[in-house]
Ligand binder design. Structure first.
Ligand SMILES: Nc1ncnc2c1ncn2[C@@H]1O[C@H](COP(=O)(O)OP(=O)(O)OP(=O)(O)O)[C@@H](O)[C@H]1O
Length: 253
């Protein structure tokens, strides 16, 4: 579904993406991991058109999208959760989701018709349910918790019905319990929609538990790719990245 071939990105003398080739299979749930500065966010920015690669190709369903504008890439089906919930401070959660759904489906009904239409409302309610946001659906976006704002960001990305969904550290800034709730929600919505889902995550317990395939970056290059068992036992990964965390004794540095 999404295939990177020999993608390269440099910033001055820094090679942030070093001949990266990764195949994200259709309908898969994958994690991108690596130490700080390994090039994870740069990779997402290249996929979404916020950065242009110096070399290489990025294929979405066979079409090379490298260097296209972010708007065009979104329209082709690559979604990403941005921190945007806060730009709807006076909307309620359900209003924000329904506005996003309506704008995507271009159901900008005339002012004389009822808004939202029944189909927009039904999709909005289904999204609220899969996100587990029923209790905050009628609250204003500005007044919900950090975790709920992150869920809403994901919901706003989902409203565009992406074929590929990129989540950059969905559990960042959360306590242990909230992290697991968040990742369970991510897994639930992936099971519902079966889009190709890629997430960046630092918590190795979460990565090993949830991801079908793990791609390890180090100094911009792919160090290893495989299942949790393959990555856990990969000598170079253990040496370069996981360290004691591979034994479950600590967090990676
Ligand atoms: N716009 C930029 N200009 C210059 N250098 C950049 C830019 N963006 C990223 N870099 C550099 O590219 C390298 C990769 O950065 P990137 O943010 O992709 O890493 P990361 O793996 O996402 O790190 P973290 O886990 O800390 O978020 C780093 O050395 C960073 O300083």
């Amino acid at each position: 579904m999404l295939r990177l071939e020999n993608v390269q990105k440099t910033f001055g003398g820094v090679t942030a993406t070093d001949h990266v080739s990764i195949d994200f299979h259709e309908g898969s749930l994958s994690a991108v991991i690596g130490p700080n500065g390994a090039g994870k966010t740069t990779l997402f920015n290249l996929i979404t058109g916020h950065l242009v690669p110096n070399a290489g190709s990025i294929f979405l369903a066979g079409e090379d999208i490298a260097g296209r504008s972010p708007r065009e890439i979104v329209s082709k089906g690559i979604g990403r959760a941005f921190q945007v919930a806060s730009i709807f401070p006076t909307f309620t959660v359900e209003e924000a989701l329904m506005a996003a759904i309506a704008s995507h489906t271009q159901l900008s009904e005339s002012l004389l018709t009822a808004f939202p239409s029944p189909s927009v409302r039904a999709r909005g309610e289904a999204l609220i349910e899969v996100l587990g946001m029923e209790k905050v659906a009628r609250m204003r976006c500005a007044s919900i918790s950090h975790g709920d704002q992150k869920l809403l960001d994901i919901g706003l990305a989902l409203a565009l019905e992406p074929r590929v969904l990129l989540l950059d550290e969905p559990t960042a800034g959360m306590g242990p319990e909230e992290r697991w709730q968040m990742i369970e929600t991510v897994r639930r919505l992936w099971e519902r929609d079966r889009m190709t889902l890629v997430f960046i995550e630092h918590d190795m317990d979460i990565v090993f538990e949830v991801a079908q395939t793990i791609h390890v970056l180090c100094y911009g290059a792919v160090l290893a790719q495989g299942t949790a068992d393959q990555i856990r036992g990969h000598p170079e990964v253990i040496e370069a990245y996981l360290g004691r965390a591979a034994d479950g004794e600590g967090e990676p540095v």
